[in-house]
Structures are given as structure tokens and as C-alpha cells.
Design a protein around this ligand. Structure first.
Ligand SMILES: [Zn+2]
Length: 304
């Protein structure tokens, strides 16, 4: 996969230069990760190009390079950062530089971020940090100011095709959704992650069955939502697709387009955003959703 990423226009256009700390960010967490790994491969390669052939590249590909550390956890606390600080106080084993990757750095809690800050403020020549995130706002401004922030802009169809061919080798076939407006993470989730397609279907059903305020309690009680943030992003995506259909099943979207005109949708989008913020602030999900659906219906009727 990494040889493939290296050859994408998306990667080439980043024109990365030497730095002691990178942050790759975009909404596409799969792409962020692959780009982070590709950069790490370039740094550790004995030929400096991620040649794929030198001993370091071979070790890297099997993720057994002694100077590569990858951290991917649901949460990162001060104790985890202490381990990192200890690690980087030692010399790399094999290469000139050690590479430390933290995927989804937004899971580092605030105290831990403050602890990490010291290491970023006083970089040592032998460590390169690489972070990724799809929620850049969760990182402290002080941390952000120390990183070389690289925004990974959306990927072209030709790049997607290259990556799709690689994914096929891993038995992941995203070809059916390639021409639609899904990013790579969404495409992969659609074909491999039941939660995603399940949530998406539930949101479609909800919108199809929601006609008057009398329907609110029944549609809400029929929901089985595991991931609330995924629920809101599906809801947001569907309404965006009503405005410019390019992502989802055309027939389903056209049915919704008859119910919700563009004017109503434009008024509805900020309500979804607001509801998501309330749920993130731990306001009761059912309560927030009841209110949101009421507002959606209200906008729908007012914009007739
Ligand atoms: Zn190499």
C-alpha cells in the first residue's frame, strides 16, 4: 500500500521537507494514516526515498524496524507520554533518526498534551514525531504551534483508483463506491464496517418516516445508535447530499429532495451542528434528538 501512496498525486503535492514534527490532518483518517506511514518510511529508508528494497525498508514494511514506534490507542494519558519521553531520551538503535507516530493524536488528553509539549519545544535531533488527526480542534494551540501542520486535501479519482487496486489485494473492494463522493475512510467503512452502513440506513429510515411531529417519539425510539458522532455525521452528510446529490443512492436522495427543499436544508444544517455540540457536551441524546427533529420539521414547513 505504501509504495502506492508514495506515487499518488496527493502525496507528491504535499512536497514534504525535513522537519522534527509533522501533523497530517484531514477528515479522511485512513488517508492521514497512510501518509504518515509513508513519510516515516522515507525517513527510515537507508536511501532516504522509501526505496522498498534496503534492509531498513524491509523491516519497515513488516513493521519490525527497531526505530519505529506506532501508537494507536483509544485514549492517551500522562503515563503514556512519560513512556514516550523516556524512549526519546535514549539513542535510536539502528538509524540516525527514530520515528514516533501517534495516530489520532486528538485522543491525547489535555494534561498529557501539556506534558508532550516539552518534548516538542526542545526537539532532539534523533527523533521525528508524526501525528495524525481528523479532529484538529482537539489539539491545544500550543501543541499546534510546534508542529509542521500538513493539510491533506481531498484525493483525486485517479489516486483513489490506485489505492482501490491496492485495497483489493487485502480483499477490500471499494470499487462500487469509487465514483461517489466518499472519502477513503468512508468508502472502506461502507464495505467493511456494519456499524457505518447500519447507521446510515437508520438515518435514511428516520428521515423517510418523519412526516409530522407526532412521528418523533416513534422514530426516535426505533433507533439503535452505537456511535453518536457517526449518527450526526451521517445525518449531516445526507442533508448535504440533498443539496448536491453525489454520494448516496440517487433514488433515496430524490425521495428526500421532494420532502426537503434546498431552502429548508440550508436552515436545517446548522441545527444538526448545534445538536452534535450539545451531545458532545453530554446533554441527553434522546432529548437533543427530539428537539432536533422538531426543528427539522419546523424548517421543512416554514420553507414550503
Ligand atoms: Zn529503503
Amino acid at each position: 500500500m505504501l509504495d502506492c501512496i508514495k506515487n499518488t498525486n496527493c502525496y507528491k503535492s504535499l512536497r514534504l521537507t525535513d522537519n522534527h514534527a509533522y501533523l497530517f490532518y484531514s477528515l479522511d483518517s485512513f488517508l492521514n494514516k497512510e501518509i504518515a506511514l509513508t513519510r516515516a518510511g522515507e525517513i527510515l529508508c537507508e536511501n532516504g526515498s522509501f526505496c522498498g528494497k534496503c534492509p531498513a525498508c524491509l523491516q519497515f514494511k513488516s513493521l519490525s524496524h527497531p526505530d519505529l514506534t506506532i501508537i494507536e490507542q483509544d485514549s492517551i494519558k500522562v503515563e503514556d507520554i512519560s513512556k514516550i519521553v523516556n524512549l526519546i531520551s535514549t539513542k535510536p538503535v539502528q538509524s540516525k533518526t527514530r520515528v514516533l507516530i501517534i495516530f489520532n493524536a486528538d485522543v491525547i488528553n489535555e494534561t498529557a498534551q501539556n506534558k508532550l509539549l516539552k518534548s516538542l519545544e526542545e526537539p532532539n535531533d534523533s527523533t521525528v514525531f508524526i501525528f495524525t488527526t481528523n479532529k484538529i480542534s482537539k489539539l491545544l494551540p500550543t501543541i499546534l504551534s510546534r508542529l509542521n501542520k500538513v493539510f491533506v486535501s481531498s484525493i483525486s479519482l485517479s489516486d483513489k483508483k490506485l489505492i482501490s487496486n491496492e485495497l483489493k489485494k487485502e480483499n477490500i473492494n471499494i470499487e462500487p463506491v469509487l465514483n461517489q463522493d466518499f472519502n477513503l475512510t468512508e468508502s472502506i467503512n461502507l464495505v467493511t464496517n456494519n456499524d457505518y452502513s447500519n447507521t446510515l440506513n437508520q438515518v435514511f429510515n428516520l428521515l423517510e418516516n418523519l412526516n409530522t411531529t407526532a412521528d418523533i417519539s416513534s422514530v426516535v425510539s426505533s433507533l439503535e445508535i452505537k456511535d453518536k458522532s457517526l449518527f450526526f455525521s451521517c445525518l449531516m452528510d445526507i442533508f448535504l447530499d440533498i443539496l448536491t446529490p453525489k454520494k448516496f443512492d440517487k433514488n433515496k436522495i430524490l425521495t428526500l429532495k421532494l420532502k426537503y427543499n434546498d431552502k429548508a436544508v440550508i436552515k436545517i444544517l446548522p441545527h444538526i451542528d448545534e445538536a452534535y455540540k450539545y451531545v458532545n457536551a453530554n446533554v441527553n441524546f434522546t432529548y437533543v434528538l427530539d428537539n432536533l427533529l422538531f426543528k427539522i420539521l419546523q424548517e421543512k414547513f416554514l420553507c414550503k
